[in-house]
Write a protein that binds this ligand. Structure first.
Ligand code: GLC
Ligand code: CA
Length: 536
């Protein structure tokens, strides 16, 4: 059951920014259809597309007002069905994105709740008194008052994203029906948005603080997930749960095949190692020691207990990795290849986020009006309230805002990077003239062609898809080393996370080089050098 996706790689599409087929400046389903051959050329098997269902787009589609219909801005049901069928012909299948922790406040259910319909009020989490002073994920309070009802409702994200009441069996049945609907359309798997937040604490009278902190991995979460999966018969499909601030123990439970929960999950601890005092909107350089520790804990812990990781650096919520843990300037190419190698040789299923395979960089926006994301705009004001200057606040956004990864896909060096004929919904970094699919496709040494090799290696070598994993001590904090083992084989992966030459010691490196980003081999790891060696 598991084997199907152990050797596969997933490609993530942020639909709004992937490819625009009709010149309105917004990516769409027909745009995706026109690029399926490109996606196939990467060698991936699954394509996760971010939500394109009816939505007022307060959170760019993560606020769904109708789970069974397509937002007209992205196309029609016919386009969607054609997209599924065409991918199938090319040997790929789609994973659709199910946002089940909350709906939009424009969803029929919430509208009825606001009209005072008891049945639908029970679909959400209403209380007569505000139980606690929690803060929501995009800033501001998590409990909002509805004067017409004289009640408070809970939203872990924006006020326009009220949380669903999973305690109510009717809600669970409704959501199962949504899964059945898309399964019947021929979807190959699902991604579940913030899945470990669905089960709220029994008593909501808790101290003040971040609402997610109190709601993660809640009391009935495993039970709810198993019920959702088994009742809809999706155990054999590829499923990934997005797990906010989860623990290793819970992730093992979420992903052990015998538990019938998820095939794998996303956790984010490795993407918090540059948060000063644990705060996303407070900058510090990445703490490499912490980064390595997270991987040791999660890679070895999941491996030993039979859990399965989704492995990744990038998605639509994260800044671009080459700008973050790599070097956009002098060592752009070397660092992008090194970061790709590190993830793709790990134990787990790798995810490539659109444009990562090109080494796309952060957006470099200079003024607030270039940003679109509700979180970026809220936090800009929060940062000013905390006493930061405008330029400090803009600098924080330039490093941390989600819009950094949401700029249009860079297809070629022509108008709007080949993404759209019209004015694009979000700006495009200047570097699209050199960082784009057309240019990199023609260059054997490009990041794009290197990623294609990484994807292929996982299919060719069972040690990469199936082997165990253990981190090694390379005698240097900036050089990460790990080994994979299967039968009598051993694979050693070395990655220099610094822009200097680094000496290493204690790691035995004899054998065949499977892939690397410099030629010739040395005792010294050159800036952002990576090397993968197979023994036996
Ligand atoms: C997830 C999504 C993110 C969204 C949030 C609320 O973290 O990836 O884009 O804003 O959930 O749905
Ligand atoms: Ca369009």
């Amino acid at each position: 059951m598991l084997d199907k996706y152990k050797s596969s790689t997933v490609y993530q599409i942020y639909i709004k920014s992937f490819c625009d087929s009709n010149g309105d400046g917004i990516g769409d389903l027909n745009g995706i259809r026109s690029k399926l051959k490109y996606i196939q050329s990467l060698g991936v098997k699954y394509i996760w597309v971010t939500p394109f269902f009816c939505s007022p787009m307060v959170d760019n589609g993560y606020d769904v007002s109708d789970y069974r219909n397509i937002n007209p801005m992205f196309g029609t049901m016919e386009d969607c069905e054609a997209m599924i069928a065409e991918a199938k012909e090319l040997g790929m299948s789609f994973m659709f994105d199910m946002v089940f922790n909350h709906t939009s406040n424009q969803h029929e259910w919430f509208k009825r709740a606001l009209a005072g319909d008891e049945e639908y009020m029970n679909y959400y989490i209403f209380r007569d008194e505000k139980p606690a002073d929690w803060t929501a994920s995009f800033g501001g309070p998590a409990w909002d008052y509805v004067p017409e009802l004289g009640k408070w409702y809970l939203h872990l994200f924006a006020p326009e994203q009220p949380d669903l009441n999973w305690e109510n069996p009717k809600v669970r049945e409704e959501l199962k029906d949504v899964i059945r609907f898309w399964k019947a359309k021929g979807v190959g798997g699902f991604r579940f948005d913030v899945l470990n937040l669905i089960s709220k604490p029994d008593d909501l009278h808790l101290p003040s603080g971040s609402a997610t902190r109190f709601c993660k991995d809640g009391p009935r979460v495993h039970e709810y997930i198993r019920e959702l999966v088994t009742d809809t018969g999706i155990e054999d499909m590829i499923t990934v749960g997005e797990m906010a601030s989860t623990t290793l123990d819970n992730s093992i439970r979420y992903t052990r095949p015998e538990n019938h929960e998820m095939s794998m999950c996303f956790s984010f601890h490795h993407l918090k190692v540059d948060f000063k005092n644990g705060e996303k909107f407070s900058l510090m350089p990445p703490d490499l020691k912490m980064l390595r520790n997270v991987f040791v804990e999660w890679q070895e812990g999941m491996s030993n207990a039979g859990g399965w990781n989704a492995v990744f650096w990038c998605n639509h919520d994260q800044p671009r990795i080459v700008s973050r843990f790599g070097d956009e300037g002098q060592y752009w190419k070397e660092s992008a290849k090194m970061l790709g190698t590190f993830v793709h040789m790990l134990r787990g299923t790798p995810y490539i986020y659109q444009g990562e395979e090109l080494g796309m960089t952060n957006a470099h926006f200079k003024s607030l009006d270039e940003y679109d994301d509700v979180e970026a705009i809220n936090y800009y004001h929060i940062l000013l309230e905390r006493g930061n200057s405008e330029s400090e606040a803009l600098n924080v956004l330039a490093n941390r805002a989600r819009d950094n990864s949401r700029t249009p896909m860079q297809w070629n060096s022509g108008k709007n990077a080949g993404f759209s004929e019209g004015k694009t919904w979000l700006g495009i970094p200047e570097n699209y003239k050199s960082i784009n699919v057309e240019t990199e496709d023609a260059d054997d040494d490009s990041i794009l062609n290197y990623y294609r090799k990484l994807v292929q290696l996982r299919k060719d070598y069972r040690i990469i898809s199936e082997g165990s994993v253990k981190f090694l001590d390379a005698g240097n904090e900036k050089v990460f080393a790990y080994e994979r083992r299967l039968d009598n084989q051993r694979l050693v992966v070395l990655c220099n996370f610094s822009s200097e030459d680094e000496k290493i010691s204690g790691v035995d490196i004899k054998g065949e080089v499977l892939i690397g980003n410099y030629s010739g081999s040395h005792k010294i790891m050159r800036p952002y050098e990576t090397l993968v060696i197979l023994e036996g």
